[in-house]
Design a protein around this ligand. Sequence first.
Ligand SMILES: [Fe+2]
Length: 287
Amino acid sequence: MTLGREAAPLQADIPIASLSGDEASFAHRLIFSSTNDLDRAWDLGLFYLKTPDNLTLDGARAFGRELIAPDSSYRQIPQYGELEGFIALENNQQTKLALSRERWDQHYPQAIKEFGCQLDAIGIAIMREVLHQSGIPEVLWDPASGGYASGGGTAFLNFVHYDTRHPDWGLRPHTDYGFVTILDASAPGLQVEIEGQFVGVPVLPGHLVINFGEALHFITAHSDHSVGAVVHRVLSQQSSDPVRQGIVYFANPDLDGMLWQFDAAGEEKGSSSVQDLFALLEKNLTE
Ligand SMILES: [Fe+2]
């Protein structure tokens, strides 16, 4: 599939948030400049986050650029299932090193593992703000988030490179399946669907792009403030473009666990195993 580069010249009006709080312990609150901005972010499932000052992003970017080299030892990291390892897919432009939290120690340098832990703290802060806004009683946040809100669940830290030798492939429209995605992209190409139209999400220097996924939509669906899962795509990267490197962090529930839907009174409104929910999403995507 060729994604049209001529389409969607519009740019999205995307709210901006920052984290405030204790930089030393990375215990943060997510802050928007107005309630309107927060509401819009929750509806869109998308916002920019001012990059925290102490996030070691430059080192992580350098690591991401280096690991793609033809002689890089990281190319030897085996594939674990479909999601993890050094992966060059046949059906899109991405070549990536993808690893879940329990493998960071084994395969990432110490500094990158620590970078992953910093992203964990950011992901948890965002998750806790969503749960705070949802009205779901705090005692239920752990089961509601498949353990993620208290440091469990599953997290992936992936380093992505777009291979411009395959100019027909970008990344087709999809929603992310998990809770929260944190993206650092080095070049344009990301678009999101707003009111039926794809609009560009420009790279905003000094900011990360945060988007909400299906699992977060699911667990907040019956609460006081539900969130949307944003449909997005990545345009095909041409060889004339700057090389697009990305760092992507996915906050997910425990993949073998359950997701529960609570209302603000703490009453259970529904549930699904994570596997069933993801299988349903996969079916809808491929149909
Ligand atoms: Fe995505």
